[in-house]
Design a protein around this ligand. Structure first.
Ligand code: AMP
Length: 396
């Protein structure tokens, strides 16, 4: 079956068509600047990437352009849209309602809508993408795969905040965690690669991308993760601050004469590597380049980034009373070998030793610790689209 995987943001939309039997990507791309002007990126398997300016005032028009590209007689990969057997949608927040992926019925969409409050930037956009696909492909089954679902196995002691219970009771204020599809995919792949049952392995996954989070996977279950009610908590990220003393909000608000929206904007969009480096950039490569050129703020930002990851790994080794495998994934985790090495220097007490030659290699799946290292350290390329495709097929 061919599965169309859709990851819909407020002004962008990523898509892939995957043949679920061979798991080959038949085509992939991105619609950008939806509602502004519109750019369609389309890359068929084995073909050249095409970038076209195309009017896409709404998501529906963007998806129509994607469908047109897929069946285009010259560069399309499908003869007709009937060859799409299902659509898998990434949905960011499923609240406490969804502990696994689900077929998208009208009832389910209402429940997702109820979670909009918890992810106001993401869920409404996800819903718009789902509705648009339903209109254009009314007879094709659709599945929602939630970023939060994998973490629904966390125990209360991990997900409850130290605030009055009434806020959980009334509004479900708690830690939810994100990147669940990636943490699940990577931890399963780790078990497969080390040849041990998933249910017997303690893995810590470090998903280090523009957004970043760490997850403790104990015997196949997420038992703790660094992101919280929203993706702002935890690690230092591209533009997000991660953990801070909440009093910082009040302090900055008073000093800078800002309201809560103004302060939240700073913590979400102007902090992290971008803020700490005094504006050099949110992209790790820019920070690394500046640090290597001797910029102290960039060096400090990189050091703080690494230190925060190491602290979470230490915390989760304690939470699980041990760890068998530490896995690095996502843009930074998969590519920044020197940073991986820097982070692993904190793990001497765990008996971790890194094979620097192996660490400098560049493969989708590799072990970077030495054979006698007490904890295995691996790099495992994440593939959220494939995970969504698999979930979709499994449900149908
Ligand atoms: P993601 O959110 O997973 O797409 O990851 C994006 C982050 O990965 C950005 O901060 C990039 O700078 C970083 N990244 C991508 N490629 C590399 C690379 N070759 N070396 C270091 N960082 C990289």
């Amino acid at each position: 079956m061919n599965v169309l995987v859709i990851n819909c943001g407020s002004s962008s939309l990523k898509y892939q068509v995957i043949d679920s039997e061979t798991e080959e990507v038949l085509a992939k791309g991105l619609c950008e600047r939806i509602g502004i002007d519109g750019i369609l990126n389309y890359k068929p398997q084995g073909g050249e990437k095409e970038v076209t300016k195309a009017d896409m005032p709404t998501h529906k028009q963007a998806i129509q352009l994607v469908l047109d590209a897929l069946v285009n007689p010259k560069t399309g990969v499908l003869k007709s849209l009937a060859e799409i057997g299902a659509v898998g949608h990434r949905v960011v927040h499923g609240g406490e309602k969804f502990a696994s992926s689900t077929i998208l019925t009208e009832e389910v969409l209402k429940v997702i809508e109820e979670c909009n409050d918890l992810a106001p930037l993401h869920n409404p956009a996800n819903l718009i993408g789902i509705r648009a696909c339903q209109e254009l492909m009314p007879n094709v089954p659709m599945v929602g795969v939630f970023d939060t679902a994998f973490h629904q196995t966390m125990p209360e002691k991990a997900y409850m905040y130290g605030i009055p219970y009434e806020y959980y009771d009334k509004y479900k204020v708690r830690k939810y965690g994100f990147h669940g599809t990636s943490h699940s995919f990577v931890s399963k792949k780790v078990a497969e690669l080390v040849g041990k049952p998933y249910e017997e392995l303690k893995t810590i996954v470090c998903h280090l991308g523009n957004g970043a989070s760490v997850c403790a996977v104990d015997c196949g279950k997420s038992v703790d993760t660094s992101m919280g009610l929203t993706p702002l908590e935890g690690l230092i990220m591209g533009t997000r601050c991660g953990d801070i003393d909440p009093s910082v909000l009040e302090f900055i608000a008073k000093k800078e004469n800002l309201d809560i929206t103004g302060v939240m904007n700073i913590l979400n969009k102007k902090s992290g590597l971008l803020g700490m480096s005094d504006g050099i950039g949110s992209d790790f490569r820019d920070i690394r380049e500046a640090a290597y050129a001797g910029n102290k703020k960039a060096t400090d930002a990189m050091d703080a980034f690494a230190y925060r990851v190491a602290k979470y790994v230490g915390a989760y080794a304690a939470a699980m009373n041990g760890v068998d495998v530490i896995a690095f994934t996502a843009g930074i985790g998969e590519n920044a070998s020197a940073l991986r090495s820097q982070i692993c220097q904190y793990f001497g007490y765990l008996g971790v030793t890194i094979d620097e030659e192996a660490n400098n290699d560049n493969k989708d799946y590799m072990t970077i610790s030495t054979p006698d290292s007490k904890v295995k350290v691996m790099v495992v390329a994440t593939n959220e689209e494939l995970a969504i495709c698999r979930e979709t097929v499994a449900l149908l």
